[in-house]
Ligand binder design. Structure first.
Ligand code: EPU
Length: 416
C-alpha cells in the first residue's frame, strides 16, 4: 500500500496548476446517461473516484473515450440500469446514476450506500424527491429499485440541504413531464456547474446558483461540450499548506470566486492573498494566527476544508474553536494530529485547538480523503519525518498531490 514520506519544515514557493473539481466531475459524468448524443468534457481530473465512476458507467453500456483530461461520453447503447454494491461501496457518489437512469429509461437499480467514515450519510432525501415525482421505489436486498413510466414535475422541499441529493433530483427533473421546483437546493459551485452543462444539453432551468431551482422538463436532451470547473477544495488545500508552513505560491487555473469563506479565514490568519481572473497568490511570512470557524453549506465555510484548516491551527499562534455541523464524525484526524504533538480536545461537535510552537513528525494513518490532506499539511509543518499511511484515500480526490507539492519545494515522496 502506498504511503507518503514527508520531511517537514520547508517553505513552499513557485506555481501549482489546479485540476478540475472532483465533486463537479462526478455528477457531470453521470449526466452523460441523459442523452444518446455525445457529451464532450474537458478538465476532467485524473482521480481514483473519476476512474471508478467511468468503470461504473462503462458497465452500464456508456461508451467512453478518454484522452488525459478530455473525456467523451456516448449514451446510445445503455443496456444495464444498475449500480452494483461492489461499486457503490467503494464510492458513494455512484448514487448519482439513480436520477438520470430513472428519468431516461424509467427504471434503475442502485445499491444503497452503507455507512461512511465521516457520518451515517443516508440518501432518504434522494428517494423522497423521486417519490414526489411519481417514482415507485422499493428497497429490496440492499438495493433501491425505482420505476416510473415518466417522472412528473413536483415541488420538492428537502429536509436539509444536500449536494448530491440536489444533483440527483435536478438530473431527474430535466426529463420529467412539467415543472419541478427544488426548494432548499444546494448552491455549491459544483451544482451550478452541473446545471450549466444540463442547460447546454437543452434543459430548462431557472434559478441556477440559488436555493430554488425551477425546471421545465423536456422530452429529450442533446449532446454538448463542457469544461469542468477548477477544484475549489484542492485550491484551498494548497493555500492552507502555504499558510501553515510559510512561502509564496501562485495557483493557476483556479476559480477564485468559489472559496470566499476560506480566503477570509486565510487573511485572518495573516496570509497576503492577491487574485487575478484565474489565479491566486498567497504569501505567508509569519506564523499563522489561529482562526475559529463553523462549517456550513455554501457559501459558508466548507466541511471539506475543516481538517486542513485544523492542521494550520495546530501550529498557529493562539487558540481556536472549530465546529463541524455537516457530518457527525468528521474529526477522525484529531487523534492523528495529536500524535504529532498537536493539542486538540473535542467536545461534541466542537474541536478546541491550542496552537503549539512545533509539531514533530511521526507515522500517521489517513481515515478519509480530507483527513489525508490535513495530515499531509501537518507533516509539511512538522519537524522531522512524517509517514502518512493509507493514502489511497488521498488518491481518490487529489490529482498527483505529492508531485504538485514537490514542484514548489516540499520534501515529499510516495513510497511503497
Ligand atoms: N443527508 C441526509 N439525507 C440525505 C442526504 C443528505 O440526511 O438524503 C445529510 C448527510 O448525512 C449530511 C448532510 O445531509 O449530514 C449533507 O450531506 P450532502 O448530501 O450534502 O453530502 P453529499 O452530497 O453526500 C457532497 C460531497 C462531499 C461533501 C458534502 C458536503 C460529492 C460527491 N460529495 O456529499 O464531499 O463533503 O457534499 O458539502 O459531491 C469530499 O469531497 O471529501 C466529500 C466528502
Amino acid at each position: 500500500m502506498d504511503k507518503l514520506l514527508i520531511q517537514g519544515g520547508h517553505r513552499l514557493s513557485g506555481e501549482i496548476a489546479i485540476s478540475g473539481a472532483k465533486n463537479a466531475a462526478l455528477p457531470i459524468l453521470c449526466a452523460g446517461l441523459l442523452t444518446s448524443d455525445a457529451v464532450a468534457l474537458s478538465n476532467v481530473p485524473g482521480l481514483q473516484d473519476v476512474a471508478t465512476m467511468l468503470k461504473l458507467l462503462r458497465q452500464m453500456g456508456l461508451r467512453i473515450a478518454q484522452d488525459g483530461e478530455n473525456v467523451t461520453l456516448n449514451g446510445d447503447a445503455i443496456d444495464k440500469l444498475e449500480a452494483p454494491y461492489e461499486m457503490v461501496k467503494t464510492m458513494r457518489a455512484s448514487i448519482l446514476v439513480l436520477g438520470p437512469l430513472l428519468a431516461r429509461f424509467g427504471e434503475a437499480r442502485v445499491s444503497l450506500p452503507g455507512g461512511c467514515a465521516i457520518g451515517s450519510r443516508p440518501v432518504d432525501q434522494h428517494i423522497k424527491g423521486l417519490q414526489a415525482m411519481g417514482a415507485e421505489i422499493a428497497i429490496e436486498a440492499g438495493y433501491i429499485h425505482a420505476k416510473a413510466k415518466r417522472l412528473k414535475g413536483a415541488r420538492i422541499l428537502t429536509d436539509m440541504i444536500t449536494v448530491t441529493g440536489t444533483e440527483n433530483l435536478l438530473m431527474a427533473a430535466v426529463l420529467a413531464e412539467g415543472e419541478t421546483v427544488l426548494e432548499n437546493a444546494a448552491r455549491e459551485p459544483e451544482v451550478t456547474d452541473l446545471a450549466n452543462l444540463l442547460v447546454k444539453m437543452g434543459a430548462k432551468i431557472d434559478g441556477i446558483g440559488t436555493d430554488r431551482l425551477v425546471i421545465q422538463g423536456v422530452d429529450s436532451l442533446h449532446g454538448a461540450s463542457h469544461d469542468v470547473i477548477p477544484d475549489r477544495i484542492e485550491t484551498a488545500t494548497f493555500l492552507c499548506a502555504v499558510a501553515a508552513v510559510g512561502g509564496d505560491v501562485t495557483l493557476r487555473h483556479a476559480r477564485t470566486d468559489t472559496f470566499d469563506a476560506a480566503i477570509d479565514k486565510l487573511r485572518e490568519a495573516g496570509a497576503i492573498l492577491t487574485t487575478g481572473d484565474d489565479w491566486i497568490r498567497i504569501q505567508m511570512s509569519s506564523r499563522p494566527k489561529a482562526v475559529s470557524f463553523r462549517t456550513t453549506e455554501y457559501p459558508g465555510f466548507p466541511t471539506d476544508m475543516q481538517a486542513q484548516f485544523m492542521a494550520m491551527n495546530c501550529v498557529a499562534e493562539g487558540s481556536s474553536r472549530v465546529i463541524e455541523t455537516i457530518f457527525e464524525n468528521r474529526f477522525m484526524h484529531v487523534q492523528e494530529m495529536n500524535r504529532l504533538g498537536a493539542a486538540i480536545t473535542i467536545e461534541g461537535h466542537t474541536a478546541i485547538i491550542d496552537g503549539v510552537d512545533k509539531l514533530v513528525g511521526a507515522p500517521v494513518m489517513a481515515t478519509d480523503l480530507r483527513a489525508s490532506a490535513s495530515l499531509v499539511i501537518a507533516g509539511l509543518a512538522a519537524e522531522g519525518e512524517t509517514l502518512v499511511d493509507r493514502i489511497y484515500h488521498l488518491d481518490r480526490g487529489y490529482d498527483r498531490m505529492e508531485m504538485k507539492l514537490s514542484a514548489v519545494g516540499a520534501h515529499i515522496q510516495r513510497v511503497k
